[in-house]
Design a protein around this ligand. Structure first.
Ligand SMILES: [Zn+2]
Length: 166
């Protein structure tokens, strides 16, 4: 099976973006090429994450970039490709952050997500990885995994602004 990259899919009612994507059963050379292209497209579009449906393939693959974001520094840690990613633990603690999406140009909104998650996924060698992510990195991964389930961030936007108490 080959995975041709299509143009970036946009639109709140785009059927590709609204479908549940299929699990990957075999990591072959075509899939590996697709994953590398996904990373390139993520950077070309100035994104911090990109999911396969966003380039027209309803398969469970995401590319994400990680940062070490602290008050005094913001260090880029590189990207991670996740095949069949699954969140196996979520913190009760939530965070509210502004999100955007390459598939929804000119949209911004505040979304509440889990502060910390543990994700299980396959790497490009087919090896099972279990990793913990928090804050910024956790938010990106939750946003990208939502794409695999046909969910867009605008579905989850809340009206509150950060720091505003009710
Ligand atoms: Zn998105």
């Amino acid at each position: 099976m080959s995975y041709p990259i299509k143009r970036v899919q946009t639109g709140l009612n785009n059927p590709i973006l609204r479908s549940i994507s299929e699990e990957i059963e075999e990591i072959n050379q075509d899939l590996i090429i697709f994953c590398h292209k996904l990373v390139v497209l993520m950077y070309q579009n100035k994104g911090v994450g990109l999911a396969a449906p966003q380039v027209g393939e309803n398969i469970r693959v995401i590319a994400t970039s990680q940062r070490d974001k602290k008050k005094t520094k913001d260090k880029f840690l590189g990207e991670t490709i996740m095949i069949n990613p699954k969140i196996i633990e979520r913190s009760k603690e939530m965070i509210l952050r502004e999100e955007a999406c390459i598939s929804l140009p000119n949209c911004l909104g505040m979304v509440r997500r889990h502060h910390t998650i543990i994700v299980e996924f396959l790497d490009l060698k087919g090896k099972k990885q279990t990793k913990k992510y928090k804050e910024f990195n956790s938010v990106i991964i939750q946003h990208e995994i939502d794409h695999l389930d046909g969910i867009l961030f605008l579905d989850k936007v809340v009206k509150e602004k950060p720091g505003k108490k009710k």
